[in-house]
Write a protein that binds this ligand. Structure first.
Ligand code: MV4
Length: 448
């Protein structure tokens, strides 16, 4: 195993990774920016290295500084968490070059899945259904116009260089294509430094269902069932759960088999997630693959009883998976609510400040993953996620009832939070009957 693991992240995920390291009796190194001198993750690690100023570009996103911190502290592995450098194949490659184990997949898998048209091509070749669309990037408006009749309207333009819905443009009529193409190209260039676009048929009110997979370096590969993540706002997830409610068992089986086929096709190692869109008729389509541990991994841990971050470390050290597929049993149901420092009454405007008071729930079936404590400052420089509330129950009803109680028992002073909005989601009849879809938040189902 490793001597010491450098955690190249902050907030709740840094603390989560530190906890997994302690479970394995591994040494730990935190890194931090000038804004995070007093952050809990810095205190909780054996050693901590200041990276630089608050802006992430000069601290958490600076590959050289992170690698240098590992060298200086004697760390022999790096866990990137999510966000920041977690899906940078250059960072994974730089770790390898520096003799550090990267706790994640091979740089090549990150690179291929990071190119969204390449990912579509690889998955389609593996027999995974993809949304009908262009075979690769489209050269110009003329090419898009030539393709549009076979794809049909509405269609959607997406950035090839990155996912998460950034730069996405729905187009309803051929006469709108040229302007949409120009706008999406500009946004793709700004967000990803790559102007390339591809086209897909636009699916109406799909559900977002993703499958957790895990591979090892010995050819082992398992899935850990699915998560339903349709409650999102501007591509930021707010509520996730497992198992996905209201999906036929045959659809779920199709999803996990497709996910395994896709992961197997690229020889995937470590934790990964394949995202799918599911339409009203239960047809599913591969969207993209996330080559990292995800924010919502705890719901999978709660229904399987497994520790995904501990397993990430074991697999990165070359150990075989601790589980065979038959050992992985889904029991009960789990829900996660993300509490952000954003004001739902003001269009989810960021609400920076200092946490003046904090009460989080505890009790049977409740888990809290927090990055903050009383006195923490919530800066504008980073993702505003404060903590995650996770509930588990023997069934979905119990998990939801526990979540409703947990939300009511939670209070934060000093910043505005998404708590009241989350309480409305969990109490909403459409959510309660498991009928969530990806356009619900934006269409005002939960008020605005
Ligand atoms: C789509 C779509 C409809 N049709 N693609 C948004 C995030 C990115 N991963 C892909 N997204 C979508 N792609 C086609 N062909 C609708 C969305 C979408 C969405 C997807 C998942 C979760 C929330 C969403 C909210 C709005 C739109």
């Amino acid at each position: 195993m490793f001597r010491a693991v450098l955690v190249a992240n902050r907030g709740e995920i840094a603390r989560r990774v530190l906890r997994a390291c302690r479970r394995l009796s591994l040494g730990t190194v935190a890194v931090y920016s000038e804004a995070d001198r007093d952050a809990p993750h810095v205190r909780e690690a054996d050693q901590a290295v200041l990276l630089g100023p608050a802006p992430a570009r000069e601290s958490y996103l600076d590959i050289e500084r992170v690698i240098d911190a590992a060298r200086r502290t004697g760390a022999d592995a790096v866990h990137p968490g999510y966000g920041f450098l977690s899906e940078s194949w250059r960072f994974a490659e730089a770790c390898r070059q520096a003799g550090l184990a990267f706790v994640g997949p091979d740089p090549e898998a990150i690179r291929v899945m990071g190119d969204k048209t390449e990912a579509r091509r690889v998955m389609a070749a593996a027999g995974v259904p993809v949304v009908p669309g262009s075979a690769g990037p489209i050269a110009d408006v003329a090419a898009a116009e030539a393709l549009a009749p076979e794809i049909g309207f509405p269609l959607v333009l997406k950035a090839a260089g990155g996912g998460g819905g950034i730069g996405m443009a729905r187009v309803d009529r051929v006469q709108d294509l040229a302007a949409a193409f120009a706008g999406a190209t500009r946004r793709a260039q700004a967000a990803f430094g790559n102007p390339a676009l591809y086209v897909e048929r636009y699916l109406d009110r799909p559900r977002h269902v993703e499958v957790q997979v895990f591979g090892d370096t010995r050819g082992g590969l398992v899935h850990l069932y699915e998560r339903e993540c349709s409650i999102q706002r501007r591509h930021q997830k707010l509520v996730e759960e497992s198992p996905a409610p209201g999906l036929e068992p045959a659809v779920k089986e199709g999803l996990v088999e497709a996910a395994l086929a896709g992961a197997r096709a690229i020889g995937y190692v470590n934790a990964g997630t394949l995202e799918f869109l599911v339409d009203g008729r239960g047809r599913f389509y591969f969207l993209e693959m996330n080559t990292r541990i995800q924010v919502e991994h705890p719901v999978t841990e709660e229904v399987t009883g497994l520790d995904l971050v501990v397993e990430q470390l074991r697999v990165a050290a070359g150990e075989p998976l601790s589980w065979r597929q038959g050992d992985i049993v889904l029991r009960g149901a789990a829900v996660e609510c993300r509490v952000y420092a954003e004001d739902p009454a003001k269009k989810f405007l960021p609400s920076p400040g200092t946490i003046a008071a904090l009460h989080v729930p505890a009790g049977e079936g409740i888990r809290v993953e927090s990055g903050v404590e009383v006195g923490s400052s919530v800066s504008v420089h980073y993702d505003p996620l404060l903590f995650k509330l996770v509930s588990r129950g023997a069934g979905r009803d119990e998990a939801l009832a526990r979540m409703a109680a947990a939300l009511a028992a939670t209070s934060v002073e000093g910043v505005r939070t998404t708590l009241p909005f989350l309480a409305r989601v969990v109490a909403h009849p459409d959510f309660q009957r498991g009928a969530a879809h990806t356009q619900m938040v934006e269409s005002g189902t939960f008020g605005d």
